[in-house]
Design a protein around this ligand. Structure first.
Ligand code: SF4
Ligand code: SF4
Length: 380
């Protein structure tokens, strides 16, 4: 081996320290093997924003010359492993530059491994992951995504479990022994070492064919070349209202067509129009002006614009009228109000199915043994 690299894709702020722990762990473990390593965040992700997809990288090389050669580019584009810290990112990611949706496997090299933290099956994840056009491997570390705040890390062992699994899928980058040695410095930690070893033993991997996966064309925009940019900073205003054919009497706010935020979502609101009183609180309080006012006065959360903050659910005065549901349950961004208008019984059944399958609201692990309980069914 000459060089190897690991890309960690995560939710900005909420998983920043998780990503940092993983990348730092790779570098420390590589040093145990006499290699050199470096970890860094993607330049354009800084400053990070809540939930907006971001990246960090860890690069390992045998010699300084190889490292210098590898780093003489903007960011690693042929990664041996892409670690996905939240499985809803399998739908693709947009940086806060909002320049289009990038498939989660885009910077993974052919034959590399996409390593995902998830409680879902491989087939269910592949449904979301864009086709790569080259074969690769999909490995799953069973467990829910770990989230916390800006300055803290929820120490649920997600970092060491991902490091243990990494040693299994890419032993040419770091071995399990070096990962365990790095975990035990500066202070021995048998519990974390055991978690890394357990993930190493349990991680399941499968091959994904070049043409398997989501065949949708990822959203992209024409970006101006530097010769086409206008002098000085120009921020074009938007019309206050968009005209939508057939929406007489409704109101759809003007939105920047290149500013869509759905890849920031881990959950989305599902609305019960049968109990909605049209009070308008959700519309007023939504920080992203994501609600469209339908011609009949109902409020429809626009799924191209919603960032999944959950404020509408919190302010809605009618019990269970808005329910936040994990993003994994959906395959498109279609209008709920239109579904409901066309077929009220069908929509009620759809809504009931989506909201009843709702996983625990809070992410991560909360008691000793929860991990074993959650994966028990998978390994029975
Ligand atoms: S979750 Fe609700 S309040 Fe938050 S952006 Fe989406 S529609 Fe608006
Ligand atoms: S806050 Fe709830 S009841 Fe009020 S308009 Fe929105 S969905 Fe309907």
């Amino acid at each position: 081996m000459a060089t190897g690299s690991v890309e960690v894709v995560y939710r900005g702020i909420f998983q920043k320290n998780l990503a940092k722990n993983i990348c730092r762990g790779v570098v420390f473990a590589a040093r145990k093997e006499g290699k050199i390593g470096i970890a860094f965040g993607r330049y354009s992700d800084s400053p990070e924003r809540n939930g907006i997809p971001a990246k960090q990288f860890a690069v390992v090389a045998d010699t300084e010359e190889e490292m210098e050669e590898y780093l003489s580019r903007y960011e690693p584009e042929n990664n041996d492993v892409t670690i996905v810290a939240d499985d809803t990112l399998c739908k693709g990611l947009e940086s806060w530059g909002w320049n289009g949706l990038q498939p989660i496997n885009k910077l993974l090299k052919a034959g590399g491994t996409l390593l995902v933290t998830s409680t879902r099956s491989a087939n269910s994840l592949i449904r979301d992951i864009h086709r790569k056009g080259a074969p690769y491997n999909l490995a799953i570390v069973k467990g829910p995504a770990s989230f916390s705040g800006m300055w803290v890390y929820k120490d649920d062992h997600s970092d060491v479990r991902l490091l243990g699994a990494l040693a299994k899928v890419a032993p040419h980058i770091v071995s399990l022994d070096s990962i365990v040695a790095a975990i035990n410095e500066p202070k021995k930690n048998d519990l974390k070492a055991a978690s890394a070893k357990q993930a190493y033993d349990l991680v399941a991997s499968m091959e994904v064919d070049a043409n398997q996966g989501n065949d949708a064309v990822p959203l992209k925009f024409e970006l101006p070349g530097w010769t086409e940019m206008e002098e000085c900073l120009v921020i074009r205003g938007r019309d206050v209202k968009q005209e939508v054919p057939g929406w007489e009497g409704g109101f759809v706010p003007g939105r920047n067509p290149t500013f869509r935020k759905f890849s920031t979502r881990t959950m989305r609101p599902v609305i019960d129009f049968d109990t909605c009183t049209k009070c308008g609180f959700c519309w007023l309080q939504c920080p992203d002006t994501s609600f469209d006012v339908a011609p009949d006065g109902y409020y429809d959360a626009n799924m191209e614009a919603c960032c999944g903050c959950g404020i509408c659910e919190a302010v809605c005065p009618v019990e269970k009228c808005i329910t936040m549901v994990n993003e994994e349950a959906f395959t498109d961004n279609q209008s709920q109000w239109q579904m409901w208008s066309k077929d009220k019984k069908g929509y009620a059944a759809w809504r009931s199915e989506k909201t009843s399958a709702q996983p625990a609201r809070s992410h991560g692990f909360h008691h000793v043994g929860q991990y074993a309980e959650e994966i028990a069914d998978e390994h029975r």
